[in-house]
Design a protein around this ligand. Structure first.
Ligand code: ATP
Ligand code: MG
Length: 380
């Protein structure tokens, strides 16, 4: 009786082992053949397993080149692994990340990140299943965007030319009158309104014209820190909101980039003004620069502690004329997107909704020859 019972138990256990081995083989097979690039890392962020799709996507030949390396070697993680894992939180979720190939090229991926308990290792590890936001989907998106901009450019070019001169006349007449006449207060105020609005209309015209001639860039070797110092000053003047705290944390060893000074100033001013407008009167706007060595890029982050951009708007904000503001034109970010693309860079929103907005702009650094650090920066 006892023997028969033991035999049954043994049989059941061996069946269970068989089932477990089968399930394990199935999972291994699924992982080996998955089109998703999968990695597993321990609690310290050391990668201990990847699948073939991961090696292929990141450009490695052998998994041993990858195993034992930190997750930060494969992704740009702001603040390092621990901070990033904190942001991922217990629930994990889908996110867009910037990945770095073996040869240093950066590329965007969509990653489903989750925390798990790795067998035989301490603490919660991280697992990620990634798909490249392929150049195809990116370039289709870019093409779609470019076509919109092209149509807009053609449409606006003629109109803009006609409006530019009369507007300049209105603006300078208003300015001259403000400076030279002693007139009564309501009239002076009206003149200020005319002046401010004609300036605004001129800016809109300039922006519309920049869609018409997107490829006319004046390439120079530039110091991004200097550009940002200047932008912060201009933004303070334009926003004229005294109690917003602005801070520029510039990396003193930032390498130079090659680009069009005016266009880049326009990009950073657009984004900084958006940040100023988002925080209203008592907020904080921080601009940071850093050298992303492994990607041969520099990164600018413009961070505010305003209400953030809701998930559902995140793609639309780069479309021309998308605005949630009463007085907005909705052109700032679409122009910035086009200019950064022309510079071979990337622009994306990285901040979570409740923590305000963090706009990240990546730009390639200038070639090594004669490329000194960004020494001539003056604080803004
Ligand atoms: N820092 C930010 N915080 C919150 N929302 C933002 C931020 N930056 C941009 N947005 C959202 O993106 C939209 C589009 O921005 P964009 O700069 O293109 O146009 P705009 O600021 O509305 O108008 P303008 O053409 O005058 O710049 C904004 O209307 C706003 O809803
Ligand atoms: Mg704007």
């Amino acid at each position: 009786m006892k023997r028969a019972y033991q035999r049954d138990i043994l049989k059941e256990k061996s069946l269970e082992c068989h089932r477990l081995a089968g399930a394990l083989r199935m999972k291994e097979h699924a992982l080996a053949n998955s089109i998703n690039a999968v990695f597993f890392a321990d609690a310290k962020g050391m990668v201990f397993e990847v699948n073939p799709a991961f090696l292929k996507l990141w450009g490695y030949d052998d998994r041993h080149e990858v195993l034992g390396c930190g997750v930060e070697r494969f992704f740009l993680l702001k603040g390092g692994f621990a901070q990033w894992r904190g942001r991922v939180g217990e629930k994990g979720g889908d996110r867009e990340m910037t990945a770095v190939k073996k040869n240093g090229t950066v590329f965007p991926v969509k990653a489903a990140i989750s925390l798990f308990e790795p067998a035989g290792r301490r603490g919660l590890g991280v697992m990620g299943a990634c798909v490249a936001l392929t150049e195809k989907s990116r370039s289709e998106e870019f093409k779609r965007q470019s076509l919109k901009l092209l149509a807009l450019g053609h449409l606006s070019a003629g109109l803009a030319h006609e409006l530019r001169n009369p507007l300049a006349v209105i603006s300078s007449c208003a300015q001259f009158s403000i400076e030279n006449l002693t007139i009564e207060r309501p009239l002076a105020e009206n003149l200020q309104v005319i002046y401010r609005n004609s300036q605004k209309a001129s800016r809109l015209i300039e922006e519309l014209l920049s869609f018409a001639k997107p490829s006319n860039l004046d390439w120079k070797r530039l110091s991004l820190n200097a550009i940002l110092g200047h932008v912060v000053k201009m933004a303070r003047l334009e926003a004229s909101q005294g109690s917003i705290q602005t801070c520029l944390k510039a990396d003193p060893n930032l390498p130079r980039i090659v680009g069009d000074r005016e266009k880049l100033e326009q990009v950073f001013l657009n984004i900084t003004l958006n940040a100023f407008q988002a925080v209203s009167t008592h907020g904080r706007v921080t601009l940071t620069t850093r050298h992303v060595k492994k990607a041969e890029m520099v990164e600018v982050n413009i961070i505010d502690n305003g209400p953030g951009i809701p998930e559902e708007y995140r793609e639309q904000v780069f479309d021309p004329f998308f605005t949630t503001k009463d007085n907005g034109t909705g052109l700032g970010l679409s122009i910035s997107h086009a200019i950064i693309k022309q510079h071979g860079g990337q622009i994306r929103i990285t901040g979570g909704r409740r923590n305000g907005t963090d706009m990240s702009i990546l730009l390639p650094i200038a070639s090594r020859n004669g490329d000194g650090p960004d020494g001539d920066w003056e604080a803004g």
